[in-house]
Design a protein around this ligand. Structure first.
Ligand code: WTA
Length: 680
């Protein structure tokens, strides 16, 4: 036990003004609601469900489940028997029932300042209906999978909601992923159609996305999976000679050459021009799949996390409303990319379910300069702002001047997601960006959880910098020790959840057994997050980081195995081991040890080739920061690589603990001597 006399950490409170109109205005109210969400879930969620449209209502308990693998198959079922459509609830319900047709759904802000577009709920509904009709005309049916590989444009939201409207399952692949990664995801999800764009700018760098998409489709063909339909949005490229195939683009970009294969490629604009803007939604079952989103798996093979319609809708809508304390005059901005779960839940589904107005930003925080974020906040009078600790740390390096160049008096609530936020970054965000006025919601969650699971509520929860504080409604966390015993009071161990909430994932696409093995085998009866966690004397939860073989680079999870297998594919490499090394901006950076095949020597050229290889196999986010030649790796007698020792070597920490199980301890000294970036 930590004694009562222990010094209290800084505790911050939301302002009285914020509490006045807040949905949850005090900590007592949070506790009351939390108890009712656990004790009477049917009533708690039933009241929320009443605000949504159901073609037919459900019967029986709100949630049915089994979390215990020893008692049979793991399953979660929410609102069994109900039918609905999520695009209807996000669009038609807001336009027709709530009369919000003229409300702005998105202020789209392009990469280039001045490039902008405003889309109302009515316009979004029309575009979604048109594109839903296009998909139907291409033969896409309920349950079919559609891959989407697009930049941050309004059409990306249109594509995902059009899939949802006809009951198709979208699988969005982040546009920063490589052709190889896209191919792997297309094949795993057995998609029948790909939607992509010609290209886009990231800062001043032109990305020819269509080339990457073509390369991915070729790889699919080579592997025996011919996907012969690709809808291409012309976002950048200029008119070509054959205007029937590819009409003029919105923004001319003379540098972009778009290869066009008339047997496969279909032009977004020509197709939608000809389509009707009315489309009756497909009424789907509450547990029908909504989307698949791939996330890194510790075996190296990404897993297709599957979410279903009703539970995900209610959960993202409710977390958005309460965690950002959504009010009708808000302008909300989440800087994530829709290619990640944060964009799915908190750019598309949660905000639109609430009829919110959001900024959708295509560009980078540092382009054309490091004031860009604050310029946008000022331009649109953003009141709720959600970003990642890595972005905060990046901007913090430039000091407060670029922030102060723009007034941010519209801001009311700030949020973070993706990794633990270090107190220094928290204080800078709070003091400089929010001018000590805005609570920070540090939201802990995962692709798998669908929405926030540990989070403060801005007007109710006293904040401690660096803690994700307490569980959201319906969520029951526990901390387990290695033997699976629940720890009480202040403690540290494995973070698990004891029961499902509506937004939890339902399976790994095509591999239910893998789902059970990854999340439920280690501690039967619990969902295992893979994160370590500490609970302090006041009951606050502090995430301590991953405890599996995953790395968190700039808020993105990567598996060490995935990077290792990309390295080993190079003909010079016999063996590779990858560990994380703390990085001041990215959180963690990739430090790779490679053992070369006999007779080969390590060189700068090889190092560059290996970095390039990982970029090509996975994507730029996985580019190694360090590659060290390792003539031998520290292994146990049974041949298991001791990553713990490699992590120490990467950080130049000599205190190695017990290394008596090492088969050959002389390799360790050799590795210390050959460290990369000595003194870094
Ligand atoms: C980490 C992102 C500490 C954690 C939504 C988790 C966090 C993984 C936080 C999921 C936070 C996310 N504090 N750690 N507020 N938010 N994480 O699937 O390790 O991309 O397991 O989902 O990010 O990453 P994913």
């Amino acid at each position: 036990m930590i004694p009562d006399k222990a010094p209290r950490e800084d505790v911050f409170h939301g302002s009285e003004e914020l509490k006045r109109d807040a949905h949850v205005s005090s900590f007592e109210r949070y506790k009351e609601l939390y108890q009712s969400s656990i004790q009477r879930p049917d009533e708690f969620w039933g009241d929320i469900a009443k605000e949504f449209f159901w073609k037919t209502t459900h019967s029986g308990p709100f949630l049915e489940y089994n979390f215990d693998v020893t008692k049979g198959e793991v399953f979660v079922k929410c609102m069994g028997g109900a039918t609905t459509n999520i695009s209807y609830n996000l669009l038609d319900r807001n336009v027709h029932e709530r009369k919000l047709g003229e409300r702005v759904a998105f202020y789209w802000e392009g990469n280039e300042p001045g490039d902008e577009l405003t889309v109302t709920y009515r316009q979004l509904l029309q575009s979604v209906c048109r594109f839903a009709n296009v998909l139907k005309a291409q033969g896409v049916k309920k349950g079919d999978r559609v891959s989407i590989y697009m930049p941050m444009v309004v059409e990306l939201v249109v594509a995902m909601l059009a899939c949802a409207r006809i009951g198709a399952v979208h699988s969005i692949v982040f546009a920063g992923f490589s052709a190889e990664s896209l191919c792997e995801r297309i094949m795993d999800s057995q998609c029948s159609l790909l939607i992509t764009a010609d290209g886009f700018y990231r800062g001043d760098k032109l990305i020819n996305l269509k080339l990457l998409a073509d390369e991915a489709l070729q790889k699919c063909r080579d592997k025996g999976f011919p996907l012969d339909k690709c809808i291409v949005l012309r976002h950048l490229s200029k008119e070509t000679e054959d205007t029937s195939q590819s009409p003029p683009a919105k923004r001319a970009c003379p540098d972009l050459q778009v290869p066009w294969n008339p047997e496969v490629d279909l032009c977004w604009l020509s197709l939608t021009r000809a389509a009707s803007d009315e489309c009756e939604p497909e009424w789907v079952e509450s547990e029908d799949p909504l989307f698949i989103l791939y996330t890194s798996g510790s075996t190296g093979k990404p897993k297709g996390v599957l979410h279903t319609v009703a539970g995900y809708m209610l959960y993202t809508a409710t977390t958005f409303k309460l965690v950002f304390d959504h009010q009708p005059d808000d302008v909300y901005w989440c800087t994530a990319d829709i290619g990640w779960i944060t964009g799915h839940s908190y750019i598309t589904y949660g905000p639109l379910a609430n009829g919110a107005t959001s900024v959708l930003f295509e560009g980078l925080p540092t382009y054309p300069d490091v004031s860009r974020m604050w310029e946008i906040v000022d331009k649109y009078h953003v009141s709720k702002f959600y970003t990642a600790p890595t972005a905060i740390r990046l901007l913090m390096k430039y000091g407060s001047e670029p922030v102060k160049k723009f007034k941010r008096d519209s801001l009311k609530i700030l949020g973070t997601v993706g990794e633990p936020i270090n107190p220094e970054a928290w204080h800078w965000y709070y003091n400089v960006v929010g001018e000590k006025r805005c609570p920070i919601v540090d939201t802990f969650w995962q692709t798998e959880t669908g929405g926030h699971v540990l989070t403060p509520l801005p007007a109710a929860t006293p904040m401690k910098p660096g803690s994700a504080t307490f569980p959201f409604f319906g969520v029951v966390p526990a901390i387990l020790n290695e033997s699976g015993e629940e720890l009480e009071g202040p403690s540290e161990g494995y973070l698990v959840f004891k029961q499902p909430w509506p937004g939890v994932m339902r399976t790994v696409f095509g591999n239910h057994q893998r789902f059970e093995t990854i999340y439920f085998k280690k501690f039967p009866g619990y969902y295992v997050t893979g994160d370590g966690c500490r609970r302090d004397k006041d009951g606050y939860y502090w995430i301590t980081g991953r405890i599996d073989d995953m790395l968190n680079v700039s808020g993105h999870l990567l598996s060490t195995a995935e990077v290792e297998s990309a390295l080993v594919e190079h003909e010079a490499v016999a063996e590779a081991a990858v560990v994380g090394r703390p990085h001041p901006v990215k959180g963690e950076s990739l430090y790779c040890f490679v053992t070369l095949n006999d007779g080969l020597t390590f060189s700068r050229t090889l190092e560059a080739e290996l970095k390039q290889q990982v970029r090509e196999k996975i994507g730029a986010i996985a580019t190694p920061d360090f590659i060290q030649n390792a003539p031998g790796l520290p292994k146990t007698r049974s041949g298991k690589i001791m990553r713990r020792v490699l992590r120490k070597i990467a950080c130049d920490e000599r205190d190695l603990g017990d290394i008596s199980t090492l088969a050959d301890s002389s390799v360790v000294e050799q590795l210390f001597q050959n460290r990369c970036g000595a003194g870094v």
